[in-house]
Design a protein around this ligand. Structure first.
Ligand code: MLT
Length: 323
């Protein structure tokens, strides 16, 4: 028996009902968010956290651990003590980092336990309010003829804003200057302040800015129009044929986390996804709750594995590496 397995057994014994007179959780649970506070991943985590705290009877505390497109947080969680009090929410970056980073210090398929998937979120292509083009066809022409002068913000290599921006540049055959932030929360602040030109970001952050007309908005990255922005065209229907990026989120824990904690977190997640407060906020922000089979540990693990297999060859053939 290795040290990690022994530790997990001891921790499970401590977490068992009766060990300290109280079952798990007997203190607050940490949910690590790999990007800045106020951004789209943070919004999803905090919305879930409020509801999950109620069903767990303990606070779910959000910890924003920033850097390297989410990989710093993923590595810290992979190496955290598996005591049932550390959980992690991440998106597509959990899969794409395996190809983007050739020396990734953790393995998403062997260093984690899986709680379940949360929601799928469309992205939106935006520019600062005073950016000249008004619609996607004009934007495409404008970007092609001004490529040396335009910059594109993102949340670092491995972020979905990076992936979306990379696909946009590839579709237009241009290479723009990219400006990395530690989350699209601060990237949005820079866009609103006119310090950067363009940003591709999740609806969970962008819908309020789009509705308040504080940004130029060129379309959604889904194949079909979305209920939260019914009049907004897709990028695909305006000429960027086949352009599709959908962000998916999952909740993880360090390998060896006690079974009871994983099961209770899964129940709390499923309860939150049925909570009208969570469902209403997600619907308003364009986040579509995943079907019940994906809300399971196996649903998340199988999806992650499929995404690693899908994106690995694409990223390796594009030769875009972070290290
Ligand atoms: C991303 O681009 O990966 C996310 O929007 C990052 C974030 O939540 O800030």
């Amino acid at each position: 028996m290795n040290r990690r397995t022994l530790l997990a057994i001891l921790l499970a014994a401590c977490a068992a009902p009766g060990a300290h007179g109280q079952a798990w959780p007997n203190r607050s649970v940490t949910l690590v968010v790999p990007f800045a506070a106020g951004g789209p991943t943070d919004v999803v985590a905090r919305t879930l956290g409020v509801s999950m705290s109620k069903s767990l009877g303990q606070a779910v505390v959000i910890e924003n651990k920033l850097g390297a497109g989410g990989t710093i947080a993923a590595n810290a969680v992979a190496k955290a003590t598996p005591d049932g009090y550390t959980f992690f929410i991440h998106h597509n970056g959990m899969a794409t980092a395996t190809a983007l980073y050739r020396k990734l210090p953790y393995n998403p398929l062997t260093d984690f336990e899986y709680v379940g998937q949360v929601a799928d979120v469309p992205m939106t292509l935006l520019a600062r309010k005073d950016f000249p083009p008004d619609a996607l066809p004009d934007l495409m022409a404008y970007v092609r003829s001004n490529k040396e002068r335009i910059n594109l913000a993102n949340a670092g290599l491995g972020a979905v804003s990076h992936l979306c921006g990379m696909l946009f540049q590839q579709a237009l055959g241009v290479e723009l200057t990219t400006v990395p932030f530690q989350g699209t929360g601060p990237a949005m602040t820079a866009l609103l302040g006119g310090q950067v030109d363009m940003l591709c970001d999740q609806t969970t952050q962008t819908i309020p800015q789009i509705k308040a007309q504080k940004v130029k908005f060129y379309g959604v990255t889904t194949k079909k129009r979305i209920a939260a922005l019914p009049d907004a065209p897709t990028l695909d229907e305006q000429g960027l044929r086949g352009f599709e990026v959908v962000v998916w989120h999952g909740i993880y824990a360090p390998k060896g986390t006690p079974r009871e904690a994983l099961e209770r977190m899964n129940t709390a997640l499923r309860t939150a996804l049925r909570d009208p407060g969570v469902a209403g906020k997600f619907a308003e922000l364009g986040a579509q709750i995943v079907p019940e089979d994906k809300q399971s540990p196996a649903g998340l693990r199988d999806w992650l594995k499929a995404e690693i297999d899908k994106w690995g060859p694409v990223i390796r053939s594009a030769g875009t590496f972070a290290d």
